[in-house]
Write a protein that binds this ligand. Structure first.
Ligand SMILES: [Zn+2]
Length: 291
């Protein structure tokens, strides 16, 4: 036992990832509203008698009571989840829906990668992540549009959104025809490096619409434009991340568009397929205190 008093505190969070720990516990990676990203232990949740494990599945929005030092100054970096209530368990709606499940996986993985430091509050990223999962769940917009809007805005938070309305190199305003991932986005004829792509103007317009939230424009775009947009967004994201996302190559986007830049790296070991059965642990709805 650590030599300090563990504090109890509440927060709501999105479940990003769930890992096994020992025989009956899990480590839950959370993006919380007020305390940034953190990992917490959920004890006993893999026992069939646990009423609380089903609420801690990936992609759920949950209200939690946690034990640990909220500032992380003392003891283990792992906090303990002592209570969990489901606010909206979006993950259930993605079961058996491969495109939405893989898009949610890419969102959760990106959220984790955009928060390299634990317990650094990022309210905007929390709201962006929650909003994207909610939008996937409601199905108001095409799955790939929701994902690409999330990736573009997430990159904007990180400070490396692609340049779309001015040359990425010299800053000359305008809608430039060439697009170079290494250069940072759209580039003017003077700055265009060898090997730059020449996406359709509608593709760059779609990237702008997704960045600013112009859904009326985005929803009206054609499939080929969306595919080219997805290719450029993925390539731009992976260029800036140290390691490629495991889940992004698995997102079901249909056949690649000609001229789109393929994401580097290719598919990794793959994401775990969605669970198809609820099991006894999914039945309970009551709050449970595990310690
Ligand atoms: Zn230029």
């Amino acid at each position: 036992m650590a030599g300090y008093r563990r504090q109890l505190y509440r927060d709501d969070a999105v479940v990003l990832r769930v890992q096994k720990l020992g025989e009956s516990d899990r480590i839950i990676t959370l993006l919380t509203r007020r305390h940034g990203r953190l990992r917490a232990v959920a004890r006993g949740v893999r026992r069939t008698t646990s009423k609380f494990g089903a609420r801690l599945e990936p992609f759920g929005h949950v209200d939690l009571q946690l034990a640990g030092d909220p500032k992380g100054n003392h003891g283990s970096s792992l906090h303990t989840i002592s209570q969990a209530e489901g606010i909206d368990l979006y993950g259930k709606r993605f079961l058996g829906d491969y495109p939405r499940y893989t898009a949610a996986s890419a969102i959760a993985e990106t959220a984790e990668r955009l928060t390299p430091i634990e317990r650094e509050p990022s309210l905007r990223l929390f709201q962006l992540t929650l909003g994207a999962l909610r939008s996937l769940a409601t199905g108001d917009h095409a799955t790939t549009l929701v994902l690409d809007a999330y990736l573009l805005r997430g990159m904007a938070f990180a400070g490396w959104a692609p340049a779309l309305t001015a040359c990425a190199v010299c800053g000359t305003p305008g809608r430039h025809r060439a697009f170079s991932v290494p250069a940072g986005g759209a580039v003017c004829p003077d700055c265009r490096p060898p090997g730059a792509a020449h996406p359709a103007p509608a593709t760059v317009d779609l990237m702008s619409a997704l960045t600013t939230g112009d859904w009326a424009y985005a929803d009206a775009t054609e499939t080929g434009v969306r595919r080219e947009c997805s290719g450029l967004v993925a390539a731009h994201l992976q260029w800036h991340l140290e390691r490629a996302l495991r889940s992004l190559p698995l997102v079901d986007r249909g056949a690649p568009a000609s001229g789109a830049v393929p994401p580097p790296g290719g598919a990794g070991p793959g994401v775990v397929p969605p669970r198809t059965g609820g099991g006894p642990a999914a039945a309970g709805v009551n709050r449970e205190i595990t310690e």
